[in-house]
Design a protein around this ligand. Structure first.
Ligand code: ADP
Ligand code: MG
Ligand code: MG
Length: 245
């Protein structure tokens, strides 16, 4: 689904990502850990093609196509979607209208999902205007559901979300990424950024990576990596980082 080779990215004069390699197969979901400022959001915004991020080296392939220089809307058309860490407010645009524009589903399906998310009352409201952090996350999940992309990136879908809604969001992400299907029937792939392991209790993820100072310091089994971070912080990852650097 997604293949990244030797990716180096700059924001302005600052080199944020240094030689990133990543391979996400069809049906696979990967998790990205890492301290604040490591470059996690930069990586997924670069994959999506946000022009603020300058690819100075390397390539990104999506569904076998080199998309490194492809504009964002074409990547979206190819089946890429994102749930933002801090989605912007869009005054004057009702959530309902936005959903209608981006949707690849029937309206009654979206209404049903809004009900599951306990979000019906928000459909008539302007997108993210006055939404709390947790409400904005549910709004993002609903938009992703409506768009129904094949590859979905979630930037901290659990931050600012209360315990009950973390379980709900975790379960929904799992479903959006085909994890309720048997492995041979899975067609979706995902990349999830999270600081807290709690949401992983409700999701089936295949592989984890730790991004440290713009380098993938280590990769492995999600539970092993998470246990390590809980026990040692990012100390062990720093050792790996020093070796790779
Ligand atoms: P993370 O998501 O891992 O917390 P980010 O990808 O948001 O980290 O940021 C990586 C680094 O890039 C940080 O040092 C951050 O300050 C810097 N950065 C992000 N956006 C900009 C910007 N628009 N201008 C300058 N530096 C930026
Ligand atoms: Mg952060
Ligand atoms: Mg971030």
């Amino acid at each position: 689904m997604l293949k990244i080779e030797n990716l180096c990215v700059k924001i302005g004069d600052k080199e944020v990502l240094k030689d990133i390699n990543l391979n996400i197969g069809v049906g696979e979901t990967h998790v990205l850990f890492g301290p604040n400022g490591a470059g996690k959001s930069t990586l997924i915004n670069t994959i999506l093609g946000n022009p603020k991020y300058e690819v100075v080296k390397g390539s990104i392939y999506f569904k076998g196509k080199d998309i490194t220089n492809m504009p964002m809307y074409e990547r979206a058309k190819l089946g890429m979607g994102i749930s933002y860490q801090n989605p912007p407010a869009i005054p004057g645009v009702k959530l309902k209208n936005l959903l209608n524009i981006i949707s690849n589903r029937e309206w009654n399906e979206i209404e049903k999902m809004a009900e599951i998310l306990n979000f019906n009352d928000f459909l008539e409201r302007e997108v993210n205007v006055g939404f709390s952090g947790g409400e904005a996350k549910r709004s993002e999940i609903l938009q992703i559901y409506a768009q129904n992309p094949d590859f979905i990136m979630f930037d901290e879908p659990d931050s600012g979300v209360d315990v009950e809604n973390v379980e709900l969001i975790g379960n929904l992400i799992n479903e959006l990424l085909d994890k309720n299907k048997i492995p041979s029937d899975r067609e979706k792939s995902g990349l999830i950024i999270t600081h807290m392991g709690h949401i992983l209790n409700f999701m089936d993820v295949d592989r984890a990576h730790v991004l440290y100072d713009g380098i993938i310091a280590c990769s492995g089994h999600p539970e092993e990596i998470l246990d390590n971070i809980i026990e040692h912080g990012y100390e062990r990852c720093v050792e790996c980082y020093q070796k790779k650097k």
